[in-house]
Design a protein around this ligand. Structure first.
Ligand SMILES: [Zn+2]
Length: 467
């Protein structure tokens, strides 16, 4: 198969790097002016060239005039959503079915998909301008201002990426694109490993590869940190890059003491790859020149007070091809009132994102840890089910539940059960029973969030009441 090179545009790139560098010198002034100019161009493009926005937001002038929009609504109206009329769902799906990871589509776009945490998988089109913005943010902010262009490619370093590889997910596509774009001889040694692999297998492969940089999710890093602490894994990492899940204080302490290396944590989404970057004081700073993030209550109104919001509305200022204006994200956020001690003027946010439990079970040769993200990915990919809950009731019993009113529930439960059993077998766990429950999933009170993997053994765990 021939592969078309990943999209890249030198003009967009130079401009994004200059502006991103300049905005960091004066976030409130120059950064704020960039934000307003980008927002005005985005609104004009959406109302002029996106039939979907033109229809639902007729007469809108300011951002507040746009009603919040959900992933389900945008996916339903996919062919009317983009500002390039060649972008259709059928065309995008045909490209994904036939192309390699990070191949350009229509000569200029990159496609990636999101998981179905909120019930509907998303399909996102990245244009050259948004990719240039992500590159600039990643090199200049996430990796520190000294990293520069060469830092983007981690020249000469050995990088291991442990993530979801079963589909064209944002993290996998983005890392593959950067690798393929690296000038000859400057590409990092990159090893991709699936997060669905048993931890013991990951330990062996990482030990053999000996990466300088490990890129993964916090729950996976924490599981590997335990292996490092007990001597089964012996890595000498320069850096650990984390994203895709919320990093808890417990995980932070664990990976810090086990690996003793520099931690680079970020908060992103398939809808905007680099929403916030962590500073040296372990605070997340919003990339306020490229993205707008509004905390909202359950009815989509501006959230008041110091508490975490019900959700957030995201506006992507970098991408005018597939516009996202006040797009509903399920993440609970809040803005810190005080400025960060690091001196950066970018706003500090706290995020409560994904929050499944890591399940620790007795295996034939010691404890086996099952990562929530790996279990969720296995069920989504193999069973096509997204709104489920998997409850660990005892060391040998898991219970599966579906959303109330799920279509064809018995068949979906049976598929999900087969997927879980296959996953457990792959991890070396054969004596665990998986029972299908007729009870519906129980969402968390207050946030309404669905924790999909729950350790319900521990007293006080937020387990649903047994049916
Ligand atoms: Zn800071």
């Amino acid at each position: 198969m021939t592969h078309s090179a990943p999209p890249f545009d030198g003009c967009s790139w130079l401009r994004a790097w200059n502006e991103t560098w300049g905005a960091a010198l004066d976030p409130q002034g120059f950064g704020g002016r960039l934000r307003e100019a980008r927002l005005a161009r985005l609104i004009a493009a959406a109302l002029r060239d996106s039939p979907l926005y033109a229809r639902r937001s007729r007469g809108a002038v300011a951002l507040a005039d746009f009603a919040p929009v959900s992933k389900a609504e945008l996916m339903h109206g996919f062919d009317d959503w983009a500002t390039d009329r060649r972008i259709t769902l059928a065309g995008a799906q045909a490209h994904l079915a036939g192309a390699g990871i990070a191949d350009a589509w229509l000569g200029r776009y990159l496609l990636w998909t999101s998981s179905g945490t909120s019930g509907v998988p998303g399909l996102f089109v990245q244009d050259a301008a948004s990719l240039a913005a992500y590159d600039a943010i990643e090199a200049l902010r996430l990796r520190g201002s000294g990293a520069g262009v060469l830092g983007l490619w981690s020249v000469g370093r050995r990088c291991a990426y442990v993530g979801a590889l079963g589909g064209p997910y944002a993290g996998h596509v983005a890392i593959e694109r950067v690798r393929r774009l690296a000038p000859l001889g400057l590409a990092p040694r990159l090893e991709l490993m699936s997060v669905l692999e048993p931890i013991s297998g990951l330990v062996q492969r990482l030990q053999a590869f000996q990466p300088d940089v490990l890129i993964t999710y916090p729950s996976c890093a924490a599981a590997l940190a335990l292996e490092q602490a007990r001597g089964a894994l012996r890595l000498r990492l320069d850096e650990l890059w984390l994203g895709g899940e919320q990093l808890t204080p417990g995980q932070r302490g664990l990976v810090r003491s086990a690996f003793g290396c520099r931690l680079r944590n970020s908060y992103g989404a398939s809808e905007f790859y680099s929403i916030a970057f962590e500073c040296s004081h372990a605070q997340l700073h919003l990339n306020g020149d490229w993205v707008i993030l509004e905390p909202v209550d359950a009815r989509g109104r501006a959230a008041a007070g110091d508490a975490f919001s019900h959700g957030a509305l995201l506006t992507n200022l970098a991408n005018r091809t597939q516009p996202l204006l006040r797009y509903a994200l399920p993440d609970r956020i809040r803005y810190a009132a005080a400025p960060c001690a690091c001196g950066s003027a970018w706003p500090v946010i706290e995020v409560q994102g994904r929050c499944g439990d890591t399940l620790d079970l007795p295996g034939p040769e010691g404890r086996i840890r099952l990562l929530p993200l790996a279990l969720e990915t296995a069920i989504e990919e193999d069973a096509g089910v997204t709104q489920f809950q998997l409850l660990l009731r005892s060391d040998t019993r898991l219970e599966l539940r579906l959303e109330a009113g799920a279509a064809d529930a018995a068949a979906a439960l049976a598929r999900a059960r087969r997927a879980v059993l296959a996953f457990l077998a792959g991890q070396g766990l054969r004596g665990v029973h998986v029972v299908c429950s007729r009870a519906a999933v129980r969402r968390q009170s207050g946030s309404g969030k669905l924790r999909r993997v729950v350790d319900a053994r521990a007293p006080g765990a937020e387990a649903p009441v047994p049916a």
